[in-house]
Ligand binder design. Structure first.
Ligand SMILES: Cc1cc2nc3c(=O)[nH]c(=O)nc-3n(C[C@H](O)[C@H](O)[C@H](O)COP(=O)(O)OP(=O)(O)OC[C@H]3O[C@@H](n4cnc5c(N)ncnc54)[C@H](O)[C@@H]3O)c2cc1C
Length: 479
């Protein structure tokens, strides 16, 4: 049996079910062959969007993957496809040209990806090619958890309880990395030119100053975090000046690491069950948020169509002032914690979770800009851009999502700054103007030379945001 493994957001050899089962079945057949393929689609890159930082991270992760697969005698080829609708036909054509009788892959849950896989499955059936899809992005695949009424959970806490119950009852094992294939089969060496060619037109941004992509780096980071930092995670995770979180999101986003590997490493760090040690269980809770948003995306296609989960919020009258939006993007709003956060994003491609909440709420509430513009900007800039987590985070912050922050509970960025960056280490690390600023002006920026005046008054704009949402709610009830 000749099997083609279609790599997408699963760029690793360990704990990769699509790769594992392709190889496992192949040992039963004498003349079997397993190869890999990665498809880069021009339309996807533009419309989703995939930013230059993330493209760099993907390319470099693929470079390593191509080498590790080659060491196992498995080729990884690259295909560039202009239009998303042409992906099924292109992959069938490839299979037929190189005599692949089976295609395996790991599932993805946003709407376009689900539709792409449905179309590919159908095309495979027509061409008499076996299509097999596995689940690796979530420990509990979408559709496996239901409320007592049989619905998808829309609230996080009961979802997380059901998730924990199911995962605790399951024996978790990592799929081993492939063994080297016998020498007398095909020999492959990595072909980096094809990789370069595939990505060249997108001109990815080199982020090697900040990030080391690839599965090896992911495993090292995971083991270091679980060895040293996980037990203090509950105490330190909200302070952006401290390295209190794992920094694993870019790896999880491209699948250089699986959530199962994360949970098992966290379990090892805990003497008892992962739910017993506080730091460990709080960290696992974040992995569950990640899965919650994937389940939401899979069950509610409207989130993939630029729609809010709460319909009434479609009536919010956004101000959408272009200059305000541009100032937010550049980190020039005149609110130091917001600006420092945006500088961190624009420089490193990453932003601390507390700051993602603060900046997203500030844009969508105080500045009155449609949350979808911020969601789009984050997708372009984040090295860990992940549709489900990003959409979930934005809809939470903008109070348009399921189980989101209520619209009248708006974080005051200055109070947040005083609480989570009390000494201003984070602000100073990103904004050079603040190096010698005293504590009083640190959080407001008042009187700091060459620092912009605030775009809005935080208290007045908060009140106006609440009015905009209340009005939208009223429109809904009177309609
Ligand atoms: C507006 C907004 C946008 C976001 N966009 C993204 C995004 O594009 N990609 C992304 O991976 N995360 C996103 N998040 C979630 C979160 O901010 C990041 O996952 C986290 O900051 C990554 O840092 P870390 O790896 O050190 O996380 P840790 O705190 O170490 O958490 C471990 C892992 O759990 C997952 N995780 C943690 N918090 C969340 C969360 N709130 N929602 C979903 N998953 C979570 C991530 O995969 C993370 O790597 C967003 C949050 C908000 C509020």
């Amino acid at each position: 049996m000749q099997t083609l493994v279609w790599f997408r957001n699963d760029l690793r050899i360990h704990d990769n079910p699509a790769l594992h089962y392709a190889l496992q079945d192949s040992v039963n057949y004498k003349s079997s062959r397993v190869s890999g393929i990665y498809i880069l689609c021009g339309e996807y890159v533009k419309s989703h969007p995939m930013g230059k930082r993330k493209l760099w991270f993907i390319r470099e992760s693929l470079r390593e993957l191509q080498q590790t697969l080659a060491q196992c005698g498995i080729a990884l080829e690259f295909l560039w496809v202009a239009k998303a609708a042409d992906i099924p036909a292109s992959i069938i054509d490839y299979c037929q040209r190189f005599n692949f009788e089976r295609l395996t892959c790991n599932a993805e849950y946003p709407l376009d990806e689900l539709n792409r896989d449905r179309a590919t499955k159908h095309a495979c059936e027509q061409a008499d090619i076996e299509f097999k899809r596995y689940h690796d992005r979530c420990l509990v695949p979408p559709g496996a958890l239901h409320t007592q009424q049989g619905d998808t959970y829309k609230v996080f806490t009961p979802f997380s309880k059901a998730w924990k119950r199911l995962v605790s009852e399951t024996s978790l094992q990592v799929y081993p990395a492939p063994q080297a294939q016998p020498k007398n089969r095909q020999k492959f060496s990595a072909n980096p030119e094809a990789l370069e060619k595939c990505f060249a037109s997108f001109d990815p941004d080199d982020m090697s100053e900040f990030w080391q992509p690839g599965e090896q780096a992911a495993l090292e980071r995971l083991s270091e975090f679980c060895r040293e930092d996980i037990h203090d995670y509950n105490k330190l995770r909200d302070f952006p000046a401290v390295e209190g979180t794992s920094g694993l999101s870019p790896y999880l986003a491209v699948g250089a690491l699986s959530p199962k590997q994360c949970l098992l490493a966290a379990s090892l760090a805990s003497d008892e069950h992962w739910s017993a040690a506080e730091g460990v269980s709080v960290w696992v809770n974040e992995l569950i948020w990640r899965e919650f948003y994937m389940h939401i995306a899979a069950a509610f296609p409207q989130v993939s169509r630029y729609k809010p989960m709460q319909d009434y919020t479609d009536n919010v009258q956004w101000l959408n002032d272009e200059q305000t939006y541009a100032a937010w993007c550049r980190g020039e709003t005149g609110v130091p914690i917001v600006d420092a956060a945006m500088v961190q994003l624009n420089t490193t491609g990453w932003m601390h979770n507390r700051l993602r909440m603060i900046t997203a709420m500030f844009l969508s509430k105080n500045l009155g800009v449609d949350w979808r513009r911020g969601e789009h900007y984050f997708m372009q800039q984040l090295i860990d851009a992940d549709f489900c987590a990003n959409n979930g985070g934005w809809q939470w912050s903008a109070s348009t999502g399921t189980d989101a922050a209520p619209y009248f509970r708006i974080m005051n960025p200055i109070t947040q700054s005083e609480r989570y960056d009390p000494g201003g280490e984070f602000i100073r690390s990103q904004l050079p103007q603040f190096h010698n600023t005293d504590k009083k002006s640190l959080h407001t920026g008042e009187g700091v030379t060459s620092y912009p005046k605030p775009l809005v008054d935080v208290k007045i704009s908060r009140k106006q945001a609440i009015e905009r949402f209340a009005q939208a709610k009223e429109t809904e009830t009177t309609a």
